[in-house]
Design a protein around this ligand. Structure first.
Ligand code: NAD
Length: 467
C-alpha cells in the first residue's frame, strides 16, 4: 500500500491542509492499494487562488503557445500509457485491454484533438459593424466521476486550457490515482504554474467548496443527477456558468428490417463494457414484438460471453455500487421482469471482489424502475414495442436523454427516427464513437456539450465591439 502526499497547487506538490485521508480500494480483491489526502475548503481556496493568479497570463497567450503545451500534455499522457492503464485497472477494476484501448488511449486522442483545433479555431469574427471576440471564461472548477476517470478529466481540462482558462480539479474519491498521474503529465508538459491545480477530496467537502467558491467562474460537473442539481442550484445563486453531464437511460432501438444479430450483439457489448458503468450506455433495448423472442435469445447468448473476472468484464467500482446494482436487479425481479441471464447473487467463484453477474431482463415494461432509473452496472432491459410510434414513445419516456442507437434497413429510416428522439447523441446502424462530435444531454441528462469545437465553446465568453 502506498501513501501519497500532497495536492498539486501552483505548479508544485504541497502538503494538504488537513490530516484526513481517503483509502483507494482495488475492486477486484477489495484490498486497500493506496491512500491520498482528503482535501478541505482550505486546500480548495489555495488552489482557486493559484488558478486566479495564473489566469491573466494564460488567457493572454497565443493559441499556438497553448497548442504547444497541450501537444506536450498529449505526449506525456501517451508516454504513460502502461502506467495509466495499470492504475485505472487497479482503482476502477477495468480489464487490462479495455484500460489500454479506452481509459489510456481515448484521453490522448481528446487532448490531441484540442491541440489540432487550436490551429484553425477562430477566436474572433465579424458580424456587420461588430467584431466579436471569444474570450476565456476564467477559472474552471472541474468535478469528475470515477467511471472514465482520465477521460472525464481530459474532456474538461483540455478544452479549458485551449480556451485560455485555468483549472482546479476535484476528481472522484474512488479514482484519485490516475488524477495524480494527470497532474504529473501537466507538470512535465511545461504549463505555467497555477494553470492546473489538483485537490483530491470528498464530494460534500472539497467538491462543494469548489462548486461554491466565489473565485470560480464556471463549474463543469459530470456525475449523478442528484449532485448535478445541487451544483446547478449553487451556481445559479452565484450567477455562475455551469456545464453538467449527468446520467442516462439510453434506448437502443432496433427497427424491423435491421440486422438483428448485429444490433443485439453490439448493444450488449455497449452495455457490458466497463462493467456497465457508462453514462451513455444503451441500457434499454427496444425490439419489435415479432422479433422479440429471437432478440432475447440472442441477448442471453451474447451475455454468456461476459465472464465476471474474465478479460471482458471486471468488477464494479465499489461495494456501494455493487450493492446498488444488486438492489436494482432484485427490484426488477420483484416488479415482474423475467431474468434470462445473470441475477443478484455473487457470480460463481467470485465471493471476493465487487463482481456482478451480467444480467439480461426480458418482459420489462416501460414503467418499471429498472426501465426508468440509471443502474450503472452490467444490466440490460429488453423491452417490446408494437409499432414505430410505440417505440418512439418508449424511447423518449424517461427523464434522461443522453445517447441512443437506431438500427434499420437503411440510414434514411434510422435517421428519421433518430431525429425524433429527445437525446443528445444517436449512433446509426453501429456508427462508431467520434471524439470530435458534441457529447451531452437533453432533459435531466445535463446542460452543455463536451468534446470537439462545441466543447471548446463552453469555456468561452462572447464580447462584441461595434465600430
Ligand atoms: P456523484 O455524483 O456522487 O459523484 C461525482 C463527483 O461529484 C465526484 O467527484 C464526487 O466527489 C462529487 N460530489 C459528490 N457530492 C458532491 C457535492 N455535494 N458537491 C460537489 N461535488 C460532489 O456520483 P457517485 O455517487 O459516484 O455515483 C452515483 C451514481 O451517479 C451512479 O450510480 C450513476 O448512476 C451516476 N453516475 C453518472 C456518471 C456519468 O458519467 N454521468 C458518472 C458517475 C456516476
Amino acid at each position: 500500500m502506498k501513501a501519497y502526499d500532497g495536492m498539486y497547487i501552483d505548479g508544485a506538490w504541497r502538503p494538504a491542509a488537513g490530516d484526513e485521508r481517503i483509502e483507494v480500494v482495488n475492486p477486484a480483491d477489495e484490498q486497500v492499494i493506496a491512500t491520498v489526502p482528503a482535501g478541505t475548503a482550505q486546500d480548495v481556496d489555495e488552489a482557486v487562488r493559484a488558478a486566479r493568479a495564473a489566469f491573466p497570463g494564460w488567457a493572454a497567450t497565443a493559441p499556438a503557445e497553448r497548442a504547444a503545451r497541450i501537444t506536450a500534455l498529449r505526449d506525456a499522457l501517451a508516454a504513460r500509457r502502461e502506467e495509466i492503464a495499470g492504475t485505472v485497472s487497479a482503482e476502477l477494476g477495468a480489464p487490462p485491454a479495455f484500460s489500454r484501448a479506452v481509459h489510456a488511449d481515448l484521453p490522448v486522442a481528446v487532448a490531441g484533438s484540442y491541440a489540432e483545433l487550436l490551429g484553425s479555431h477562430e477566436f474572433e469574427e465579424k458580424i456587420g459593424n461588430s467584431t466579436v471576440f471569444h474570450e476565456p471564461v476564467g477559472v474552471v472548477g472541474a468535478i469528475t466521476p470515477w467511471n472514465y476517470p482520465l477521460h472525464q478529466i481530459v474532456a474538461k481540462a483540455a478544452p479549458a486550457f485551449a480556451a485560455g482558462c485555468t483549472v482546479v480539479l476535484k476528481p472522484a474519491e474512488d479514482t484519485p490515482l490516475v488524477a495524480r498521474l494527470f497532474a504529473e503529465a501537466v507538470h512535465e508538459a511545461g504549463f505555467p504554474a497555477g494553470v492546473f491545480n489538483l485537490v483530491t477530496g470528498r464530494g460534500p467537502v472539497a467538491g462543494q467548496a469548489l462548486a461554491g467558491h466565489e473565485g470560480v467562474d464556471l463549474v463543469s460537473f459530470t456525475g449523478s443527477t442528484a449532485v448535478g442539481r445541487q451544483i446547478a442550484a449553487t451556481a445559479g445563486a452565484a450567477v455562475k456558468r455551469v456545464a453538467l453531464e449527468l446520467g442516462g437511460k439510453s434506448a437502443n432501438v432496433i427497427l424491423p428490417g435491421a440486422d438483428l444479430a448485429k444490433a443485439v450483439n453490439v448493444g450488449i457489448a455497449n452495455v457490458f463494457s466497463n462493467a456497465g458503468q457508462t453514462c451513455s450506455a444503451w441500457t434499454r433495448m427496444l425490439v419489435h414484438t415479432e422479433q422479440y423472442d429471437e432478440a432475447v435469445a440472442l441477448a442471453a447468448t451474447a451475455a454468456a460471453k461476459y465472464v465476471p473476472g474474465g478479460d471482458r468484464l471486471g468488477p464494479v467500482v465499489s461495494a456501494r455500487q455493487r450493492d446498488r446494482v444488486r438492489g436494482y436487479i432484485r427490484r426488477g425481479i420483484e416488479e415482474g421482469a423475467r431474468l434470462v441471464a445473470g441475477g443478484p447473487d455473487a457470480p460463481e467463484g467470485r465471493s471476493t471482489g465487487y463482481y456482478i453477474r451480467p444480467t439480461v431482463f426480458a418482459d420489462v415494461t416501460p414503467g418499471m424502475t429498472i426501465a426508468q432509473e440509471e443502474i450503472f452496472g452490467p444490466v440490460i432491459c429488453v423491452i417490446r414495442y408494437e409499432d414505430e410510434a410505440d417505440a418512439l414513445r418508449i424511447a423518449n419516456g424517461t427523464v434522461y436523454g443522453l445517447a441512443g442507437a437506431v438500427w434499420a434497413a437503411d440510414e434514411a429510416t434510422a435517421t428519421a427516427f433518430a431525429r425524433r428522439m429527445d437525446t443528445g447523441q444517436v449512433d446509426i446502424n453501429g456508427g462508431r464513437f467520434n471524439p470530435l462530435a458534441p457529447f451531452g444531454g437533453y432533459k435531466d441528462s445535463g446542460i452543455g456539450r463536451e468534446l470537439g469545437a462545441h466543447g471548446l465553446t463552453e469555456y468561452l465568453h462572447t464580447k462584441s465591439l461595434q465600430f
